[in-house]
Every structure is written in structure tokens, then in C-alpha cells.
Design a binder for this molecule. Sequence first.
Ligand SMILES: [Zn+2]
Ligand SMILES: [Zn+2]
Length: 856
Amino acid sequence: MKDHHALPSAYDPQAVEAGWSARWEEAGLFRADARSPKPKYSIALPPPNVTGELHMGTALSGTPQDIWARYRRMTGYEVLWLPGTDHAAIATQNVIEKQLAEEGSSKEELGRDAFNARVDHWYETVGTTIIEQYRELGASLDFSRVRFTMDPAYVRAVRTAFVRYYQKGLIYRGPRIVNWCPRNLSAISDLEVDWQEHTDTLYHIAYDVEGSGRRLEIATVRPETMLADTGIAVHPDDDRYSDLVGRFAVLPLVGRRLPIVADPAVDRHFGTGALKVTPGHDPMDWEIGERHGLSVINALHPDARLNVPELPRYDGLPDLVARERVVADLWAEGRLVATRPYVHQVGHCDRCGAIIQPLVSEQWFLRMRELAQKCAEASSRGEVRWHPERYERTYLDWLGGIRDWCISRQLWLGHRIPVYTCANGHRFAFVEEPAVCVHCGSAELTADPDVLDTWFSSALWPFATLGWPDDTEDLRTFYPTSLNATAREIINLWVTRMIFSGLEFMGAVPFKDVAIHCVVQTADGQRMSKSKGNVVDPRVIIGRYGADALRAWAAAVAMSSQDVRFDESRIEGFRRFANKLWNASRLVLMSLGDEPVPTPAPDASLALMDRWLLSRLQAAVKTATQGIESYSFHLAINGLYDFCWHDFCDWYLEAAKPRLRDADPAARAVCLHVLDSLLRLLHPFLPFLTEELWHRLPGERTFLVRTAWPEPDQQFADAGAEEAADRLIALVEEIRRERRAVGAPARGGHLAVAPGTDPELAELTAQLAGLELVGELAWAPLELAEGRARIAFPNATKPGRPASDGEARRLRQEYERSQTKLSDPEFLAKAPAAVVEKERVKAAELKSVLERLAVG
Ligand SMILES: [Zn+2]
Ligand SMILES: [Zn+2]
């Protein structure tokens, strides 16, 4: 027989959680079998950056995925949850460059090959750390299939995708205004620009208009860019300037003639309503320039120094130094009309913080029209379901206004663009490293120096990890995957791009469901960020409360419709819940005895409380199942919390104690059956604790993910028993209240019952006799005329005091307020468990007082 009596008296999450991940893996529980006859369920873990560490987002996205993976295994599916990491080009290059700078070196000094070797070495050392951290979280990943976006097979997938797009004519090279990071010397995407409010100076500058004797006033915050001006634009309906359209202004300091054009993009209310047009350094000016055929001048070097050789006075100066000189010169020429402070949004590189310089450069682009169209069509066919649903709009809106995707980056780290040019000028894309030109056989080939945007490779994740472009068994079996769980800030960067890549290369959407989790802010509502140093490290939380408590909390908040503030007391509340389950299991195990315990059957041997608990269990099974199925994980975990804590521990076990002591077979059978079901139901949420307790139960026990998920058993649904037990519970609460109200001791004493007040009361009080819930009682008829209560403790020292009408009204209002709170899902999802618990107790007590008053 098992040593279940040895369950330690105190629950210690560290001791419980230490060994299970290794045992699960040893048993091969999470290794997916593509040949299994079971239906398939698969998730590709959003690859964390290889530089990354576990953060709250990891817990919030990892927990729903693991709940689904475990739940599906228990409902008969073959599950693949595939892990891996992303090379995160910009972030990683920044880390390595910083290391080199500290060593007094640089990537240029090292050279490209040595730099790549250094990067590979670094990936090998840190790559496994982040995956290791998922084990601490209890993630049931298939660790035999770990992938990396730079492993050789993945490199081939990326190159294949590029070549196929290229051959279809969807990839082209062209000039374009890009967001240029002068520190990383690379283009970055619109989505990687971090907008910050700056207060700068707005300069008003006077330009002469040729042949009119008029001066035109222009307002700008970047006067140094005027050196690259090629036009002036005004709004077509702006009467102040309509006579000037078609004429030329003269650019101060330079003397260039600038055509004055009318364009509806001009904001008449900004500055003077006349806009200097700098197509080389502003996205809107670029478009105006395109519409009116203005020339494009690029006046910046990649590091943001001025590139104006024909103006030696400014050439080579850093942009801000050039600004000072330009302003001083304008002042000297009497062209600076006014300056005023100006608050505006300035783009920063979200990787390194440098101010972004819009500049025109040659880049590689992926045409988006056709691909976006495919996404929209798949969406209208309902092939991807979004949770919460409103994020589908975010996705469709972005697709609606999409521009071609600039996929090249001027970094050293990343997937090289597989395009080659031969000595005879032939340009071609090639999957393998080519030896000779495909057109003329020349062996003199130059590889394109750029690398691909990291998201280009991440976009292939759901199928490249399964072996694409090869036709593998995994790919045939597990694609499309079932779920993508991620953060809302990468819906467009990543989720959208996976969808069109999947449609393009696999002819099917990459996943059927997308779950977008909320964002956790600091306790005072700030954004958590590494630079602010206010990030909560989940490993610290795991150290304090255990991974199970962290996961239960993550399940309760992850799908919240609004962002949540971090509240450690809620995690502590789930730690107390785990402790409660531990103690209940201990009590049950100690009461079981050595004989085999049968499964309960709905027969006459069951007491009222047995029938009540078994009926409540069926409701808990339904709630938990529906909660998971509808991505309302909070409903599932809160329902199980209530059932376990209140129904099972507080009421049933308390009531059943005397019967368990007397080795009552029905009570034993009910206890074991309910505990068994509870451990299964809670397993996806608290995998470590449930596994530990499960293996202490009598009988042969396999692992929980190999057991069946409980199904509601209608033969135990018993509305009559629930109603009767509810009345009994109300009576017990009433007695407890009355004891407190009149200062009677918690146990012992006489209870008086008013005759004739309630025909059921006598029957109910008879049932109390067998329960220890209210302490020992002796019964006596209620004879006190002054009491409005239907029950009383006549021997108590303080006499019962009837409530006034005003007090009754106040109590009723208080009860209604409390009920409103408890029926508010936002309150239930967000308030700390301890606060919710307090509110419940308060509501129950108020209810019992009110009932007592009503009867009196
Ligand atoms: Zn940067
Ligand atoms: Zn050639």
C-alpha cells in the first residue's frame, strides 16, 4: 500500500515542484507522435528572443497554451507543443556590439566572419537558458523538438520563402523613405518606432518668392533639413497663397529655386500653412514630391551627419550642430522671423533609443496587396477566430491601410538576403549558396550585404518548425496548428505576417485560434520596462509562492479585456488555495483506511450532503470545461476555486468529519471520488501540486495528463439535494450568526427554536444533529417573546436585540451592494482573491441576518 499517510503537514511549493518536470520528460509525456491515430492538437510556442528572460508576458501567454495542451491531452488528443527561440537580430547585435566595445574592439575590427562566429558561440551559450525557464513554469513542451530561427534547416526555409516571393515578382528593390536608426545604421519598421513627446523650437523662416516681391513664411522644427528642400506646398483651398501656386520661392542660404505647389495633404493650421517639402527626409513630403515630380535630395550620411558636399560650410556636421549653424546664419541674414516652443512626437528606435531619421534609401520590399487580400478573404471565411473577438478589427484595419513591407535591414546579424549579382550585372535569388551566375556562368558573384527583417523569418514559424519546405510527416500531421497565444503589440508585426505567409506557402491559415492576452502593469499602473527597472521577475514570484500559484493567477487574468495592475496578494491568495487543497487531501488520505474504496453510486447509502456535493461537482465540471473551451480561463479557475474551497472543504469535509472518523464507506467513497475529479480538473492550472497529490492517492496512478478529463455525470445531478442542503447551510450560517450576535460560545449550549415559524425547521434541525458544523447543541423550545428571531440561545449572556426598520433597510442596501459587486465579472477577475473572499463572507452573513429578520 502507498505511503499516503506521510503527506507532510505543511504545503511547500518548492519541494513539490522540484522534481516533476524531469519526471514528466523522462516518461516522454509531452513528446508528440505524428503517427498516433488520435485527433491532433498543436501549438508553436511564440519563440522568445534568445537574449530574453522570463517575464510576466511569458507567464501570461505560456499559461493559456499549457492549459490547452494539458486539457487536450486529457480529452484524447495527440498534442504537439513545439518550443524554440528567435535570433532577434537588432537586439542581439546590440548586445554583442556592447560586449565588443567593452573589450575595446568593434565588429568592423573583427570582420564579418569572426563576428558571425562570435554570435554563434553566444547563441550556443545563452540559447538554452530561456527554454530552461519554461520548465520552471511547468510548460508541457515537446523539448525533443526545440527549434531556432537560425538553425540550418530554418535558414533554408527562410531562403526558400524569399526566392519564391522573388520569382513571383513580389519582392523588389527601390528607393523609399525609411525609419533610419543612425546608431544601428539600419532601417527599422514603423512598428519599432517608439514615439515620445519632445518640446523643441519651431523656427519661422522667410523665403522670397520670385517676381512677386512677397515673402513666404515657413515653420519647421528641423531647420537643417531645409538644405535638402526641393519645393513649397500649400493647401489648394488656402486663399492666402492661391496666387503664389506655380511660382518659385528661393531657398535661403542655398539659392535653390523651389516650385510652389498645391497639395491637399498640407495642414492649413500648422505654422503659417506653407510647408517646406523635403522628399528625402520626411514620409509625407516624399508622397507630395511623388505627386508633383519634385526632385529628391538625400542630405544625410547614415550616421546622421550632413551629406551636402556642395555646401562645405555644413557638410559633415552632426545634425544638431548643423541646426545651430543654420539658425545662426538665417538670423544673420535677417530671415529668422520668430521662434516659439513646440511640443510634438519624436520617433525613437525602440531597441537603442536613438532619434529616428527618416531618410530615403534603397531597400528590399515585399508587395503587400495580394498577400493582404488573401488575409482578408480567409478572415471573411471565418478561418481564424480571435479571442477577444475585437482584435480581429485591429488586424483587418491594419491590413486595409497596409504599405509594402520593407524587409531589408543593414545589420550584420541575421538571415542574409539571398540575392547575388555577377560581374556582368545579372541579379538573381538563389536558395543554396550559388557557385556561378545562373545566367552567364560567371563565378564572380557579389552577395547582397543586407539581412532580412527578423519578422520575415518569424513569419514562417508555424510551418518552418515542422520541416517546411520539405513535405514532412510532422508538417502533414500538425499543420495548421490549433492556437497562437500572444501579446497585442505584435499582432501586426507577427500574427498578421504568419497568416499571409501560411496562406501563401501552405495554402492554409497557420492556426485556427488566436488568443491575445492582457498586459500586466505595475501596482501603480505604470508600464513595466527594463529601463525603468520596475519589471517583476516571475522567478522571484515562483520562489515566493510556487509556479502553480503564479499560473493560477495568470489563468485568472490573462484574457481580461483590460490591462491589469500587478497585485501580489492575488498570487498569494492562490498559494493559500493550494495550501487548502493540500490540507483537504491530507484529511481525506488519513481517513481512507486500508480497504479499497469503491466508486460512489447514486443509492440510498448516500447522505444528503453526499448527494449535494456530487451534484455540485457536476456543475463544477461543466464550468471548468466551458471556461477552457471559451477562452474564459478565469471562469474555469474561479469556479474550481469556489467548489474546492467552499463546497468541498468548508462544508462537505466539515460536515463529514464524524462519518469519516466512523469509517463510513459512503463518505469515504464520495471524498475520494471528488478529490480525484478535482485533481484532474485543476491539473491544467496547477500541474505540479495536482500531480504530487494524485500520486499519493490509493491505487495505481499514471500521470494526470494520461488520465481522462472528467465529464459531467447526469445521474449525480440532484436538484432536490442541492435545495435541501442550501437550506441546511443557510440554517447553520444562521446559528453561527446568532451565536456571535448574542455572545454564545462557538460550541455547546442550548438552541431554542420558535415553534411553528417554519415547518421545515424541525426537520432541518434534526439533520444538524449528525454534523459538527455548529458544535454540540441541545434543543429547547423558543419561549422568549421579545426575540424576533426564529432561533435563539436562551442561555447566552447577551440577549438578542431586535433590529429597527432603519437598520434593516441599511442592511438590505449593504447586501444588495455586495451582491452587485459579486456578480460583476470585472471585479471577480481583477480583485485580489482575499478581497473577493471577504466580500462573499460578508454577503453570506448579511443574507442570513436579513432572512432572520424577515422570519421574525
Ligand atoms: Zn537603434
Ligand atoms: Zn551573369
